[in-house]
Design a protein around this ligand. Sequence first.
Ligand SMILES: [Fe+2]
Length: 224
Amino acid sequence: MLKNLFSELAGMQYSRGLLEQAFLLTLTALMDLCDSHTARHSKNVADYSEIIAREMGLSIDDQKAIYLAGLLHDVGKIGVPRSSLSKPGKLTDEELREVHKHPVLSHELIAEIPGFKGIAEIVLYHHERYDGHGYPHGIKGDEIPLASRILCVADSFDAMVSGRVYRHAITIQEAIVELEQCAGTQFDPEVVLAFCSYLRKKGLSACLPHAGAYDHEKTNSRGG
Ligand SMILES: [Fe+2]
């Protein structure tokens, strides 16, 4: 239904900027309605991703695309059973399969927005791992778009410092150690280097207004 709505609106004579804003507002409002934690997490991921892209010297256009991808990366969770997303314990194989569908669902939704195909591609690969053990396609290294590798680090970092119903939050210092330990396996080492250098340069928490800002009673969502 949402996809039909996008197609219909795109066929009308509205300006692209206006349509883009309308789509973004609609999707972020939907995410907030379904799960306020995911909406907050998405804003954090967008901010961190933009910082990394800037630190790596990417163009302003690329920074904007990565920011938007961060905002929308988990929108596909709208199509995943809430019971799986908020389950405190270990997921069954079937529940895990459902959760692992969300990058593809996000991609399908975002690709419907006029001019957002590139952003949809970034989102599709945000759970791929540098060593090829991620999902949905199990691609590795440079096969994964750089923007998706950036999103992956930002996403994981926010999950670490914010906590989840199945995992306590850790400190920013501890998160830096974990990112560095997973550089070359889960994460692109160059992306980790850029982000960790920035965090250390800025004095850790001083540069992260969102970190630790969660109401943990409302922290109820699974995955990044
Ligand atoms: Fe995700």
